[in-house]
Design a protein around this ligand. Sequence first.
Ligand code: GAP
Length: 439
Amino acid sequence: MADLTELVVNLCKRRGFVFPSSEIYGGFRSTYDYGPLGVLLKRNVMDAWWRSMVQERHDIVGLDAAILMAPKVWEASGHLATFTDPLVDCRTCKERHRADQLPESGRCPRCGSADLTEARPFHLMFKTNVGPVEDDASVAYLRPETAQGIFVNFANVLQTSRRKPPFGIAQQGKSFRNEITPGNFIFRTREFEQMEMEYFVPPDEAKGWFEYWCEERLRWYTGLGIPAEHLRLRHHDPAELSHYSAGTADVEFLYPWGWGELEGIANRTDYDLTQHAEHSGQRLEYFDQATGARYVPHVIEPAAGVGRSMMAFLLAAYDTDEVGGEERTVLRLHPRLAPYQVAVLPLSRKDTLVPTAREVLGRLQPHVMCDYDETQAIGRRYRRQDEIGTPWCVTVDFDTLEDRAVTIRERDSLAQERVPIDEVVEAVTSRLATAAAGR
Ligand code: GAP
């Protein structure tokens, strides 16, 4: 792993963002748990996506479908037949690899041996049994993408939400893939969270909407602080396309190990709705009462991963600089994404300051996520907050008892402003609104 990755991984462990799963038992196969700060960052990433996809638009509605679905779904979607990766075994060290991820030499990345088996398809869906009988009839799968829950609910949503194309259905949730080579921390795991939106459009508008969503999704990442030069769109070669796609572009991020996929934007055509209509015998189409037109909408799908986005936001935010002759580590996370927006810090632990600091905390808590810390010297507490990305520290000092004002310190500029306690909520929320508007 490159240095920056190591620094971020260490910070994540040290400060409680991400822990290896089942760590007291030695960990479990590339799954991870999100700690007190990680769960806040994860929620903020997912909320920012939901806000931009659902809350701030009139044409997209939400859905939360079950992870376990009728096995016929996966037959119809083509996953049962084709959702595989090419697997090779090293005959020397017995390690298994993805054939399409071998180095150019074609040798085993672990031991260097050239003695590898022919590639064979390896199925990525996790199989389980539903109900008390373990037989072929009870087999079910953990979903490998959230998208199918949206397609099978297309008619339900169309009827109940009275939408007409172009319109979208957005969903966030867990997906599972038995990846041959998980790795790079939370970049590729076997259990992960997706944020997917299926946008249903008249067939002749698909190309235009595909381009629209490519631009829109790039804007989402840059709006939340990823530098534009660390992002690019990469269009798939025809040979690379998934079984359902007529065109895919990946939003790629420049990870320390090179460009890698952050999100896929696919033109899924009418493939999924047509397949489900055939397999279920239900009509999955749009009937325009005004014109009498009847058609199966085409689908443009921006599909992002929560872990990959978190990783990109953390890598892009990680920085060091010098303050007062001392090096500091600072996560320059967008204020909307930072685990805490504010830390309330009484200058000293003295009884005289604590009640006022608690009062300030109580005023802010209904509006933003706050930390409260009265241990250690104030300089060290600022450093601790910088390291986890808290954009504003509100300090209560001895003058506060006289003038009922506090100091707001900014993480990036280190600027300090004195603000009356009565205005502290407005001061913080207006700063947050300004950051969210990209000003
Ligand atoms: N419904 C389309 C679909 O699932 P995908 O490109 O296979 O497309 C979409 O996945 C996104 O989900 C990826 O861009 C990535 O961010 C995330 N993702 C996929 N597999 C992942 C894994 N094993 N670990 C973490 N994230 C993953």
